[in-house]
Design a protein. Sequence first.
Length: 144
Amino acid sequence: MATDDQPDTIVNDLADKIAAFNDALPFGYKAEVGGSVEKSAKSQAPIVAVVPLMMLIMVQMQGFRLAFVVLCVAPLGLIGVVAALVPSGAPLGFVAILGVLALIGILVRNSIILVHEIEVLREKAERPGTLFLKRATAARVRFC
C-alpha cells in the first residue's frame, strides 16, 4: 500500500473501523495502534507541555520578543551539558536528565530576572546610549 498520507491521518480515518473491530473481539482482547503513530504521539507530548510555559513567559515578559530572548538560553545550556558529558563518557541517564531540567529551569529564571532588570534600566534611562546590559549584569553578579 503506497500512499503519501501520514500514519496519523490513516489511523484517524480508520478509528471507527478499529473501534468496531475491538467491539467484535472476545472479552480480554483488543487491537491498539502502535509503531510510528505511538512514537509520534509520545514525542509530541513534551512539545504540548512547553506551550503553556511559553504562554506564561510571554504574558510575564509582555511580548514575544523578550520571551524568545529568555528561552534562547535553554539550547545554550544543552550545549554545555553535551560539552561536559561527551568528553567524560558519562551516560545521559535519569539523574543527568533531571540535572539538565534543573539547569534549564535555573537558566530561564535567571534570564527572566536579567531581562526584567534591563527593561527597568531602559525605562529609567535619560539617554538611549546607556549601557543597560552591563549595568543589569553587574547588579545580578554575586561574588562568593
